[in-house]
Design a binder for this molecule. Structure first.
Ligand code: CP3
Length: 375
């Protein structure tokens, strides 16, 4: 690739647009399917490639990210794409590259997860953060990975870009890593509401050009992960998460238009945020992702055909036999109904899951949904 040459005008023609059609609410012949955390963790190929490198160095290498993305089982011999006929690929990266680009140190500790040696403790720690306007250029390596991957995908399936939502990123920046209670981050909300809003604004300002940049680089859909929505409950969610989720969608759409880029469907996945389902359906996203604690029929009753729903098989159901997976998928598809629906798990795959069972999940969605769509 030549200098500045990673934003070519022409990408290979898209051959399977089922995922995009469902996301936009158009009719499809079958239900498209992809899996959160499909990019590798459970595949032996991933563990072999990954073993050689530090996680965030991998994220900084467009070649490595491209290779790991193509491990997703989309049709053809590419990694998860190399194994099963998924209907979308998600770029290999991480939500924590944004706090890094804002100047925070983050490491991935094997067996433990992400760790921030110097989390935000005091209000004045916000001064340590870089100007959010520099984030998109800091994350140019992600854009390069997206462009390269979009080319190498050769139009087999659409490529999804993503980011963490402001509240979820704030939890990591304040907690310094994972937490079962989010007590430090929630302490900020109660003790320092103004500083919390300031931080959430900074994150929103960083995310908007980052997401627009992903589309400019070749992403064909965007998913925002609000993985820690459930820790908030309705009141805090309304105050500290939802307004920023709405703002991101609104500003990304305006940003795409301003840049002369075609709109892309946006997905909001607020894990354990079922209390806010109606609000999420009106937050400016074409697709609402559901975790497995929501009954599909009830979710559909609550949002109608206003948005496309995505989800929501319990990832642990993949520990069941292939026959049982088939039965569970059938029930899920019957309950969501054939249109305005993208099949997925209710959260990510776990590293010890059997790729064959992931394949059984994907096949069951395709097989059963074709029957449903015929009726
Ligand atoms: O399909 C994919 O895996 C696509 C790429 C992707 C990664 N992280 C790569 C990754 C995506 C979409 C993410 C999102 C992400 N990262 C989220 C939101 C989704 C969710 O799970 O709720 C969150 C909260 C993170 C932060 C993060 N990254 C944690 C908590 C961990 C450690 C625990 C875990 O899930 O493995 C990571 C590590 C991580 N991110 C790995 C990968 C492939 C594993 C790295 C390794 O094994 O060394």
């Amino acid at each position: 690739m030549e200098e500045n040459g990673f934003r070519p005008k022409g990408f290979p023609e898209l051959k399977n647009d089922t995922f995009l059609r469902a996301a936009w609410g158009e009719e499809t012949d079958y239900t498209p399917v992809w899996c959160m955390r499909q990019a590798g963790r459970y595949l032996p190929e991933f563990r072999e490639t990954r073993a050689a490198q530090d996680f965030f160095s991998t994220c900084r290498s467009p070649e490595a990210c491209c290779e790991l993305t193509l491990q997703q089982p989309v049709p053809y011999s590419l990694q998860p794409l190399r194994r099963f006929p998924l209907d979308a690929a998600i770029i290999f990266s991480d939500i924590l590259v944004v706090p890094q680009a804002l100047g925070m140190e983050v490491t991935m500790v094997p067996g433990k997860g992400p760790s921030f040696p110097e989390p935000l403790r005091e209000e004045r720690d916000l001064e340590r953060l870089r100007d959010p306007a520099v984030v998109a250029s800091e994350l140019d390596y992600v854009f390069q990975a997206i462009t390269l991957t979009r080319q190498r995908l050769a139009g087999r399936v659409p490529l999804i870009g993503f980011a963490g939502a402001p509240w979820t990123l704030m939890t990591y920046m304040v907690e310094g890593g994972g937490s079962s209670t989010m007590a430090q981050a929630k302490r900020w909300l109660y003790q320092r509401p103004q500083a919390s809003h300031q931080l959430l604004h900074i994150l929103t300002d960083a995310l908007v050009p980052y997401l627009v940049g992903q589309v400019a680089a070749g992403a064909q859909a965007l998913q925002l992960f609000e993985s820690h929505a459930g820790h908030l409950g309705p009141q805090l969610f309304t105050k500290f998460a939802l307004p920023y989720i709405c703002d991101v969608a609104k500003r990304v759409k305006a940003g795409l238009q301003k840049a002369g880029l075609a709109p892309v469907p946006m997905i909001i996945f607020a894990k354990d945020g079922h209390f806010a389902l109606e609000e999420l359906a009106q937050a400016g996203y074409e697709v609402v992702g559901l975790d497995w604690t929501v009954a599909p029929k009830k979710a559909r009753e609550r949002v109608g055909k206003m948005v496309t729903l995505q989800g929501n098989l319990d990832p642990c159901a993949l520990y069941a036999s292939k026959e049982e997976i088939g039965r569970l998928v059938q029930q899920m598809l019957d309950d969501f109904g054939p249109q305005r629906y993208i099949a997925n798990l209710g959260h990510g795959l776990y590293p010890d899951m059997d790729p064959e069972h992931v394949g059984a999940f994907v096949d069951a969605v395709h097989k059963h949904s074709r029957l449903l769509h015929q009726n």
